[in-house]
Design a protein around this ligand. Structure first.
Ligand SMILES: Cc1cc2nc3c(=O)[nH]c(=O)nc-3n(C[C@H](O)[C@H](O)[C@H](O)COP(=O)(O)OP(=O)(O)OC[C@H]3O[C@@H](n4cnc5c(N)ncnc54)[C@H](O)[C@@H]3O)c2cc1C
Length: 382
């Protein structure tokens, strides 16, 4: 039987796991190739700590070239189009045919959705986190505003985590009493997916740190000088340091492939992660998997990774003789409160009825688990 060609698009949490899994299960005659525009990728979970100088970019990155050690061919190219009928992907360097495709291109940011949000700060990629780090270093007094622009956004705890970490860093610098902090979210409470108890805990922890929470308010527009913002509830606020969580969307190459069917994200079979095109799987932030309560599964690396494993197994089952797998929806997300302590939201997110989630209070043990999570990611163990 001639070898099959497995193409994985995107080398983040999901794509890497899918490629490593498929490679480990398929006989040598099959080819597993991963394409990403970046040779070195960075983990989002480290960015809030990078902002306050507790983490360096070198400790938050990994080289996709090292996938060769796992038998996966890595190609650094920009993906321009995906032809599902012709079973090929065109990049800035050529055309790659495939028998099986795993789409793991993540979510991209639409900075234009909130006018002037690029004048303000963010921490949702390395570039913005580095710029915010420079601004935080010299920040001694005034108001910090952290404002979420829309749902869904990656890692539901991240804005709350960033606020707690910033407060901790300001205390450490002896300037906390001179700094007001406000946090705006479109949701009715912090991290509602974690359930009412966890949400109430996080709300109380924000309040005890003097971080004013503004629920049901998404940032609509930032002023041209970045010094104020308006919100969907009609309110506005002045800020000395404005930080936004950008609007997320699928990349244009994904929308143009027809895989979204005109919807915001790629629909998949929630168990197999196959799209409506046989042999084409979509995993991680690029897809939408609905929970039993009618809400989408959060966009998080831990889910992308588990979905990658399931898609990799299912590709290997289709191309070889591996056992197929089903995505179960178990996962967790850390919420660091400082450079020393982290809590964790863990659960069965696809449980019947509604997600079954527990919240572990922040602790040093939790922080060590978060550090291990990031080390595992760097070593391709996630
Ligand atoms: C601040 C922050 C904190 C977070 N904290 C956590 C956390 O604690 N725990 C957790 O589980 N998750 C966390 N996340 C979320 C996590 O990073 C994402 O959910 C995860 O990266 C999604 O994985 P993915 O494989 O779907 O996509 P990605 O990891 O985004 O990978 C997509 C890849 O596709 C590539 N790509 C895209 N378009 C193209 C193209 N046209 N051509 C070539 N390559 C392309 C990109 O370069 C990228 O490498 C956090 C995210 C942020 C921003």
């Amino acid at each position: 039987m001639p070898g099959k060609k497995v193409l994985v698009l995107g080398g983040g949490f999901g794509g890497v796991r899918a490629a490593i899994t498929a490679r480990s299960l398929l006989p040598a005659g099959h080819d597993v190739t991963l394409i990403d525009r970046q040779a070195r990728t960075h983990i989002g979970a480290s960015l809030p700590l990078l902002v306050v100088g507790e983490k360096e970019a070198s400790k938050a990155s990994r080289s996709l070239g090292q996938l060769a050690n796992r038998g996966v061919s890595y190609i650094q190219e920009e993906i321009r189009s995906i032809d599902l009928q012709g079973k090929s992907v065109t990049t800035d360097a050529g055309v790659h045919g495939f028998d099986y495709l795993v789409l793991a291109l993540g979510a991209e940011y639409d900075w234009d959705a909130v006018p002037n949000s690029l004048v303000a700060h963010s921490f949702y990629n390395l570039e913005t986190a580095r710029r915010l780090r420079r601004a935080v270093r010299g920040f001694r007094r005034g108001r910090v505003v952290i404002a979420v622009s829309s749902l869904p956004y990656k890692c539901p705890p991240a804005p709350f985590e960033a606020a707690m970490i910033l407060r901790w860093a300001f205390k450490r610098a002896g300037v906390s009493s001179k700094i007001e902090m406000d946090l705006y979210t479109p949701e009715p409470a912090p991290i509602p997916v974690a359930g009412p108890e966890a949400s109430a805990c996080v709300a109380a922890d924000l309040a005890s740190r003097g971080i004013q929470l503004h629920p049901n308010a998404a940032v609509k527009e930032v002023a041209r000088d970045g010094g104020s913002a308006t919100f969907t509830d009609g309110s506005s606020i002045d800020a000395d340091l404005m930080v936004t969580v950008p609007t997320h969307r699928v990349a244009r190459v994904v929308a143009e492939s027809g895989l979204t069917g005109g919807k915001p994200w790629v629909g998949v079979d929630p168990a197999t992660l196959e799209t409506q095109h046989p042999g084409v799987f979509a995993i991680g932030d690029v897809n939408v998997v609905m929970m039993a309560n009618g809400r989408p599964l959060p966009k998080a690396g831990v889910f992308a990774s588990r979905e990658g494993e399931v898609a990799g197994r299912n590709v290997a089952a289709a191309a070889g003789d591996a056992e197929p797998a089903r995505f179960q929806g178990q996962g967790y997300c850390f919420i660091a409160y400082s450079g020393r302590e982290a809590g964790r939201v863990t659960g069965d997110f696809l449980a019947a009825g509604r997600p079954r989630v527990t919240f572990e209070q922040p602790s040093r043990k939790g922080f060590r688990a978060k550090e291990k999570f990031e080390i595992d990611w760097r070593r391709f163990r996630l």
